[in-house]
Each structure stands twice: as structure tokens, then as C-alpha cells.
Design a protein around this ligand. Structure first.
Ligand SMILES: [Zn+2]
Length: 235
């Protein structure tokens, strides 16, 4: 960091203190997004070091994927859940980009990313993207792409099947929203014969990733691995 940048950040911090989303303490000038102590204590999964790990087992028999890992464990009640919330709903997707770039560097030695030729983010439905202003998965994909030196390819699009939902109650309507994922035809050629890394923020049931992987696997010669910033404990 240059002296001027350092000075600028210190000034900005004095005017509007940046805080760590996990512990709530103010960040030091040389800390970015998350404080050092909370980063050290990040509940890493290390699934990339485990053969046929719990995340890979989740998709076994459903969709043929190569490998799968998540960077840290997600639990609703954990203070680390705030990271996902901030990335998704509080306009802080850059924190996600920064974290996935760290993840790529940390996991490099495991060989998890060996042979990956492209990164594909799970898309958001256009209306949701307009509401939020961004797709958090785009940022997560970007962080990985920068660290790995491979391109991000917007190969998928999300469409919502509406049906006759208008007469249902709000909860029903929410439960009834069906997302379908289809290929963005202009981009599929780039992914032929490519080991593609599909990226999302969190995996719980795996339904979204499964649907997206299914669509990608219709591209000739494509193989698919999965990466999420966080994962629920699946075992
Ligand atoms: Zn902290």
C-alpha cells in the first residue's frame, strides 16, 4: 500500500470507521473487510483436501461433477453468517471478491483448481438483479478468475416460470417460485471441452447448483466442478 493510499484510508476510517462484519470491531488501516483475528478463526472446511467429501456426496447420483468445495462453514447462528448477508444484501459484494481471491490462493496447493479453464457464476434472475443492483456470484467468480488467471464466462441465464401464482398468498408465491437455468447460447462455444468451475455464494440443498451444472453439462466435452464461498455442514 502506498503512503498516500494508507493516509487516505486512515482519514476515511476516522470520518466513517470501517468495522469487521464478524466481530463488529473497527478495522485497522491495514485490514481489509474482515479483521485479522476473525480471518484466522474463519471456520474453514478444507473439503478440497478430502476425497469424495460431503459436498461431492451431496451431488452423487444426481449430476456428474468432478470436484466440489466450499471455503468456510455457514451456520445461521454463527457470526460468520454476516459475511454472506453483507455480500448479498448490504451492497458489499467486493468483500466476496476479495475472499474468493484469498480462497484461490490458499487452496492452490491442494490441486483443486488444476485444469480449470473457465469460471461460470450462478446467475440471478434479471428482476432480482435489478432490485439488488448486482449479482454477488459475479464478484465471487471475479475474485477466483483474477487469482487463477482464467476468464469468467456468463454462460447461464435464469428465467422464472410464472404460472398462475398471482392468486396465491405471499408465502405460497415465494415457495412456488421456480427458477430455471438455461444456457446463454452465445457463450457456450467458449466452454466446449473445458473444465468449468461453477460458482455460488452458499450451498444448502444443492438444488440451484444441480440445475446449473445440468445445463452446463449439455455443452459438448464440458466437465464441471463446484465452488461456493460457504457451505452448510452437510455430514
Ligand atoms: Zn473481526
Amino acid at each position: 500500500m502506498s503512503k498516500l493510499t494508507e493516509w487516505g484510508r486512515a482519514l476515511a476510517d476516522a470520518l466513517m470507521p470501517r468495522t469487521c462484519p464478524v466481530c463488529g470491531n473497527p478495522l485497522h488501516a491495514d485490514e481489509r473487510y474482515i479483521c485479522r483475528a476473525c480471518l484466522v478463526a474463519l471456520p474453514r472446511t478444507h473439503l478440497e483436501d478430502v476425497e469424495f467429501n460431503a459436498m461431492e456426496q451431496l451431488f452423487a447420483g444426481k449430476v456428474p461433477i468432478e470436484r466440489a468445495t466450499g471455503y468456510f462453514y455457514y451456520q445461521k447462528t454463527s457470526p460468520y453468517a454476516q459475511i454472506l448477508f453483507d455480500i448479498k444484501y448490504r451492497n458489499r459484494p467486493q468483500m466476496g471478491q476479495w475472499l474468493t481471491s484469498r480462497a484461490a490462493q490458499e487452496m492452490r496447493a491442494s490441486g483443486f483448481f488444476d485444469g480449470i479453464g473457465a469460471i461460470v457464476p450462478v446467475p440471478l434472475h434479471p428482476s432480482k438483479r435489478a432490485e439488488r443492483g448486482y449479482n454477488q456470484s459475479d464478484y465471487l467468480a471475479r475474485g477466483l478468475a483474477e487469482a487463477l488467471g482464467v476468464p469468467v464466462v456468463q454462460a447461464l441465464k435464469s428465467t422464472r416460470a410464472h404460472g398462475s401464482q398471482t392468486r396465491r398468498g405471499a408465502t405460497d408465491r415465494w415457495l412456488n417460485v421456480q427458477h430455471t437455468y438455461t444456457l446463454n447460447d452465445k457463450k457456450t462455444l467458449t466452454l466446449e471441452n473445458t473444465h468449468t468451475l461453477l460458482v455460488d455464494d452458499v450451498v444448502t440443498t444443492g438444488a440451484t447448483l444441480e440445475a446449473c451444472a445440468r445445463a452446463l453439462l449439455t455443452i459438448p466435452g464440458t466437465t464441471v466442478s463446484l465452488f461456493t464461498l460457504a457451505t452448510a455442514r452437510l455430514d
